[in-house]
Design a protein around this ligand. Sequence first.
Ligand code: SF4
Length: 238
Amino acid sequence: MSPKSRFSSQEQARRVKQILKGLDKAYPDARCALQHRNALELLIATILSAQCTDERVNLVTRELFQKYRTPEDYLKAPRNVLEEEIRSTGFYRNKAKNIQGACQMLVEKFGGRVPDTMEELIQLPGVARKTANVVLGVIFGKAEGIVVDTHVFRVAHRLDLSHSDTPEKVESDLMGLIPRTPWISFSHQVIQHGRQVCKARRPLCHTCVLEKVCQSSDKVLAFPHPRDQKLSERGSRQ
Ligand code: SF4
């Protein structure tokens, strides 16, 4: 069972409305930052993004996706070659194994296509709900859940939307609070907010559109270091 919230359900509903409104205002065009041209590319990029920045993944996939176009292409590659090609994303042995395992299953079980249901996607090696939610939302426009990556996990805690200790439980808490219609955009908006403003080490609370609803003990209202200020301005122009 999830730890109890300090807010009543009525207060929480009011807060959620304010949060959704603030996110819409700040990030009207938030979208997936992983570059891809189709479902297979997004699946591979999302597997590679575990414990890695999207920027790094995009650098690696720029070349990878020129060479590998189909699941069969990944299966034909010697494991050690694929490992070297994705090495800089970290955990490369495991990721290469998962990519080839997932491609094997795509070929054997799904006719070479990326499936479009949660039930099928999470059968693929290396694919948990987070990756499945990214693919379902971005490629198929299906809101079957909410993407909980490291940013969403942190922001959900700071905003008192969840106090659970696993991504699965945080997702379930969020699904109970956020109306289904904005699940896809909410995921992208919170990821962008976590990346640009509600940073792990030094959140830029003075620029935060959610500051009024946030009661986090991590809140920092002092004026930021000039370096953080510059980064924040750069981020908001992107
Ligand atoms: S006020 Fe600060 S801690 Fe709270 S959501 Fe905004 S950036 Fe994060």
